[in-house]
Design a protein around this ligand. Sequence first.
Ligand code: GSH
Length: 228
Amino acid sequence: MIKLYYHPSPNPAKVALFLEETGLPYEMVPVDTRKGDQFKPEFLAINPNAKTPALTDGDVTVFDSNAILLYLAEKTGKFLPADTPKARGEMLSWLMFVATGIGPYCGQAVHFSRFAPEKIPYAINRYAREAERHWGIVNDLLAGRRYMLGETYTLVDMSIWGWATRLSFAVGETWPEMFPHVKRHLDEISARPAAQRATALKDQFAFKADFDAEARKFLFPQNAHLPG
Ligand SMILES: N[C@@H](CCC(=O)N[C@@H](CS)C(=O)NCC(=O)O)C(=O)O
């Protein structure tokens, strides 16, 4: 049985969507990152990077959301583009663009605007503008095609969906005016029954909601090294 190590946040959401789309049987293992579950030895043995999601499938262990999407797509043969070098090149490019651009820049934009102990205008501006620039690229692509890779729904759409659900948080409430084609894509995917089941997963477990001193200690352990 596949085990999905899950927290209700953007990167695990992509994998939950893929699993729900395929109907593969799986068990959800909650990793309550605000309580420090990501640092427990049993989880570090699965993901030494101490982040969610991670997945085990028999003796296979995979961590990092986009790696997991690719693993599951190759395992099932589902939600992949045409099996040609050209289509695979395009798929890998956009998947890595999400992994190295959309995810980290949105994450840092949220961090510096909302959670950093100091409000640093340079960092806030840099990450906000870079997050917007990346979404602008996605918006331009989706202006000319229904899905990320063309007319077929693939793993790349699921990868985008994870962070698109948090755009208000990462870019601000006016994001649909800035990125109308991303909004159309998000609304279409969110209406899929699999997306609704993936979204409801969080209700199966009482994840810690408080963003208190304990949560900040586990989510930002590097702050212990700040002077003063
Ligand atoms: N590159 C990783 C990033 C994973 C990541 O940052 N996960 C967040 C949730 S979206 C997390 O586990 N945060 C808890 C922490 O940083 O301690 C991926 O795509 O899976």
